[in-house]
Structures are given as C-alpha cells and as structure tokens.
Design a protein around this ligand. Structure first.
Ligand code: AMP
Length: 400
C-alpha cells in the first residue's frame, strides 16, 4: 500500500477525509479542537510538498439536509488560525458547481473546506454516485478520519474505488491509529494484559471475547466487574449489575479457563452508601457488599494486584475506567492503573489507551504523554478490538 509519508504531493490536489466533528457551543465556538489539531501534520505535509488540500468531513447528525447549526463554515476562522498563512476557502456544498470550480481553481499551498457531507443522506448510505462525484474533486484520496473508519460511508470507504492504486492512502492520524492497534492485536509481545472497565458488560462483551484469543491477562474493573462477581455467587449489594448478562459472564469465565487466560476481578472495592460525591465510603471485599451499599471503585488490594500484573506486562491495552473517576472519592483506582501503565511503559512495554472514558481519565491524570499511544478513535477503536473489519481500513487495503 502506498504510504502517505513517501508520496510527493507536488501539484497534486489531495482530497482528505478528516474528522472535524468537533463540539460547538451555542455561539458556534469550538469547545474542543483536538480533532482539528490532530490532522494538521497531514495537511502540512501536502502543502509543504507543493500540493493543495481539499478537506471533507461530517459535523454532528443533521437529520434533514442543510442546517446552519451543522455547517462546517463555523470552523473556517479557526482552521485559518491553525494553518497560519495557507489561505482557507469554503464551498457551501460538498458537491456541485461551486465545489467543482473552487477545487479546480485551488493553487499549491491553498486549502478548500467542503460543506458537511451529511447534508446528503447519500453519505451515510454509502451511495456510489455521490462517492464518485466527491472523488472528482481531487487527484489523490487520503483518509485521515479514523473516528469514522467503522462506517461504510461514501466518503470513508466507497470513494476509494474511484482512485487508482497508488492514489489512495491513509493520512498520518489514520496510519498511527492502525499501526498501534495492529501492534496490540497482531504483534503483541507477551505477557499481554488487557484492562477493561467502564459501566456495562454488554458494551464490552465482544471485546472481551475477542481478547480471550489474544491476551495473557484480562483485568476487569469498573461497574461491569460486579456482574461477574454476582455471577460467581458474590453479594454485590446495590452495585451496578446486568442481571440478563450473568450467564454471559459465567461463559466468559469458563472460556478463559479453557483458553488459559487469567481473568482478574477486583478482590476489594471502595463502597458507598449512595451514588454521590459526598457519600459515606468504606472498603469491602467485592463479593460481600452489604445491601444499601454499592461498589464505586476498586479497593487497595485490587490496586496492588492489578498494578503488579500491569507492571510485568510487555503489551497493555486499556479501555474503560476502574471506577467513577469523575468523583474524587472514587478516582484512586483509575489513577493507580494509569500510573502503573505509565511505569510499565517507561520500562519498555507498549501501551495503548483507547475508548472515550479511559482517554478522558489519562488526560485528567496528566499521563497521556507517558503511554505509548492514546487513540482518539472511540467507537472505531472498540470495533477494531472486537475483531471487526473496519470498512474505512479495508477500502484502502484492498486492491492496492
Ligand atoms: P464506559 O463508557 O462504559 O467506559 O463507562 C464509563 C463510565 O462508567 C464512567 O462514567 C464511570 O463513572 C462509570 N463507572 C465506572 N465504574 C463504575 C461503578 N463501579 N459503578 C457505576 N459506574 C461506574
């Protein structure tokens, strides 16, 4: 497959699918520009080569056609600020005469941002004719939107068929995400420890099942641990529990034994008399939680055991917090796991932190730069770890 870094974009128009789905406030100010910043190196590489850039993205979930609330025009001033001297133009429609003319007139060093792709229902439907119209705007297709790589949409997957081999490639964001995910899933140095937390078993069950074929140790923390503990006959008081998943939990434990994977549940918990930042708390064995109390974080013994496993691992995947880390009283477990992961990384392990809340947690504890890779992929990363083929990746890997 052609690599973006090796390609010379001189006099080429790069049509780049980016993820500019950024949060906006009521006045259309961008409240978090991480996704825009992430893709700047990709844009700069094309411009520095002497090429021009056509950016396409979705923003939000517009239901019926164009709506000012979801217009990418709101991003133009900030994009201009981020890009400095490169002129940024805007096309009020992602296809049609204006987009075609502005794309054709684009000179090396210039940038054109297209209006929201999802103003056309054809985008999410993966419509071939729509994808073909988009493809005509550029000479080379670059996919840098890992966050939407799990969708078979027109601009993320279908469009690739309209570019010849050598003229379609991953951008730098996408390349980084794919490489680090592949490193964990396919080239993991053992011992490989997966840390899975968060609220619900049902959200994470497919990942756990897939990891049973890959990991040496699976640490399960957070609210989802209590369904497993109850399934094993423990008393979990008022802790989170998915009663319809008790059988699934037992099956996972059985499969783990058969596959020689060690599943680690928290031996003790920080329990609280209510779900509240000012609740009364105490430490309890996780399988002897009194009625009226609930486990909201892993306890000190669990922290010790989990940290030791993490520190002897060579590959670490972390998805989901160990407790209600948003509240100070219940953040220690998640913080300790973040610190153990950072220590293991310093000692040479490869660590990948992925999926919404664990990314928020690692940022909260200022440890993002002490792990090997922090994925911004969210849902796409989860599906990747569930073992699914992501259409955005497959489209570029096939027939090239
Ligand atoms: P998820 O999005 O599934 O990764 O879940 C993250 C959410 O799970 C966070 O908002 C945590 O506050 C919450 N959480 C973690 N541990 C617990 C727990 N023991 N009880 C209730 N909620 C929890």
């Amino acid at each position: 497959m052609t690599t973006f870094s090796d390609y010379n974009f001189k006099d080429q128009k790069a049509l780049i699918r980016v993820d500019f789905n950024v949060p906006l406030d009521d006045q259309f100010n961008i409240t978090d520009d991480t996704r825009m910043r992430a893709t700047l190196p990709t844009i700069h590489k094309v411009l520095n080569d002497g090429g021009s850039v056509i950016l396409m993205s979705h923003l939000g979930r517009p239901k019926e056609g164009p709506a000012n609330k979801f217009s990418l025009q709101h991003l133009v001033p900030h994009l201009q600020e981020l890009l400095g001297k490169a002129p940024v133009y805007f096309a009020h429609d992602c296809i049609g005469t204006e987009a075609t003319e502005k794309a054709a007139a684009l000179k090396p060093g210039e940038v054109l941002l297209l209006e929201n792709l999802r103003f056309y229902k054809e985008e999410e439907k993966g419509d071939t004719a729509f994808a073909e119209k988009l493809s005509k705007l550029g000479d080379v297709y670059v996919n840098d939107a890992f966050g939407t790589a799990h969708r078979a949409h027109a601009s993320t997957a279908v469009i690739a068929a309209f570019f010849k081999p050598g003229k379609k490639m991953f951008g730098l964001v996408m390349d980084g995400e794919v490489k680090s995910a592949e490193k964990v899933l396919h080239q993991a140095e053992k011992p490989f420890c997966a840390i899975i937390g968060g609220a619900k078993v049902s959200d994470k069950i497919l990942i756990i099942e897939n990891l049973l074929n890959k990991a040496s140790d699976i640490i399960i923390g957070g609210g989802m641990a209590y369904t497993f503990i109850k399934a094993r006959g423990g008393h979990i008081g008022n802790s989170l529990c998915e009663t319809d998943r008790l059988d699934t939990a037992l099956e996972v434990l059985k499969q783990a034994t058969a596959k020689n994977v060690s599943i680690h549940l928290p031996e003790d918990s920080v329990i609280a008399d209510k779900f509240d930042a000012r609740a009364n708390t105490k430490i309890s064995p996780s399988d002897q939680i009194p009625e009226g109390w609930m486990g909201l974080d892993i306890g000190p013994r669990a922290i010790g055991i989990f940290s030791e496993i993490i520190q002897k691992s060579r590959t670490i995947l972390w998805n989901g917090p160990m407790g209600v880390f948003e509240m100070e009283k219940f953040q220690l477990g998640t913080k300790a796991i973040a610190e153990a992961t950072a220590r293991a990384t310093a000692a040479g392990a490869f660590s990948l932190v992925g999926g919404g809340d664990s990314v928020a947690a690692i940022n909260k504890f200022n440890l993002a730069n002490q792990v090997s890779y922090v994925s911004t992929g969210g849902g796409a990363m989860l599906e990747y770890f569930e073992g699914k083929v992501l259409p955005g990746i497959a489209a570029l890997k096939e027939n090239v």
